[in-house]
Design a protein around this ligand. Structure first.
Ligand code: MLT
Length: 312
């Protein structure tokens, strides 16, 4: 029978360290999630999962690296909502942003926060909106490039207040946060995984969370709807990917290691501190991840087209 054929070609997986590409700079929100899950995945896989930051071009350079890697499971990608917006935002890419990947599983969903340098001349969202309308392009809005969550949030925000600011792009919101704390940029919309500790320390000022409900770990920050921008909502989701053609048993093994991380109590605690939570294990299947991703591409396409800001 076919089942008796020896699997000569299939080396045991993993046979060497696994590279987890983070498509943004070290010290930022994607990096934070990646380093946490990589630790538990390493223990489960019996090989180190090594985080590799490949930032730049709104997360497309890291995605390109993984799409072009050998499909053997030793190179994987942790990416976010950009996987759903990049296919619409970019007319030309050196990789296939939809068919270039296998899905391994969803990881987490993260609220965003509208934040500013701590000495900004506004104390609540309506004052901030008034300031933006008055000063417009004299204000600098930091983001992590076209395709970043901070880009998407800024696009929706500038559309909601009907005023443009000057955009300053970074390789990730980790380095952007340093400039916001230093006060050399004015505003940013960034994930709670990167902003929570700065908000608590008072090194930046928060004006709103972008979810329909308040975030328990930042309970005194109003939602954008409460602050006067009804319906201004965006949540960042993360998923784990492998290059297209990675064998199904390897994907299954990676998924099993991901599930270990999602069920780890230390990770759940750290995620909760940072305003997020691991996805429920039942939702962390490759199939549900793929369906969610494809639905999100369809959800964002008309909104991005209406906002009309594309990469070349
Ligand atoms: C990062 O890790 O730097 C972020 O996820 C950037 C972003 O998408 O805004």
């Amino acid at each position: 029978a076919a089942a008796a054929a020896p699997a000569l070609a299939q080396a045991p997986f993993p046979s060497r360290p696994v590279s987890m590409v983070i498509p943004f700079a070290a010290g930022g929100p994607t990096d934070t999630v990646g380093r946490l899950i990589a630790q538990v995945m390493s223990a489960d896989l019996g090989q180190p999962v090594v985080v590799e930051n490949v930032g730049g071009a709104g997360g497309t350079l890291g995605a390109q690296r993984v799409a072009g890697a050998r499909p053997d499971g030793h190179t994987i990608l942790l990416h976010h909502i950009g996987m759903a917006t990049i296919p619409t935002l970019y007319r030309r890419l050196a990789y296939d942003p939809i068919n270039g990947f296998e899905t391994i599983g969803l990881v987490t969903e993260v609220p965003m926060t509208l934040v500013a340098r701590r000495n900004i001349e506004a104390t609540n969202l309506s004052e901030l909106v008034a300031l933006i309308r008055r000063r417009g392009e004299a204000l600098n809005y930091a983001n992590a490039g076209i395709g970043a969550a901070s880009h998407l949030c800024g696009l929706l925000f500038m559309q909601a207040v009907n005023t443009r600011m000057t955009t300053v792009s970074y390789r990730g919101t980790g380095p952007a946060m340093n400039d916001l704390v230093a006060g050399t940029v004015d505003l940013m919309c960034d994930q709670t995984t990167n902003t929570t500790e700065h908000i608590r320390a008072g090194t930046i000022r928060a004006f709103a969370v972008t979810t329909s409900e308040r975030v328990p770990s930042l309970a005194d920050i109003p939602t954008a709807t409460e602050g006067g921008l009804p319906g201004f909502e965006v949540s960042v989701w993360h998923g784990l990917y492998a290059p297209r053609g990675t064998p199904a048993p390897v994907i299954a093994r990676l998924n099993q290691a991901l599930l270990k991380a999602l069920q780890d109590s230390g990770i759940a605690q750290r995620f909760a501190d940072l305003g997020t939570a691991p996805v429920a294990p039942a939702r962390a299947t490759p199939q549900i991840h793929r369906e969610f991703w494809q639905a999100d591409i369809a959800k964002w396409r008309p909104l991005i087209q209406a906002a009309g800001q594309f990469a070349d």
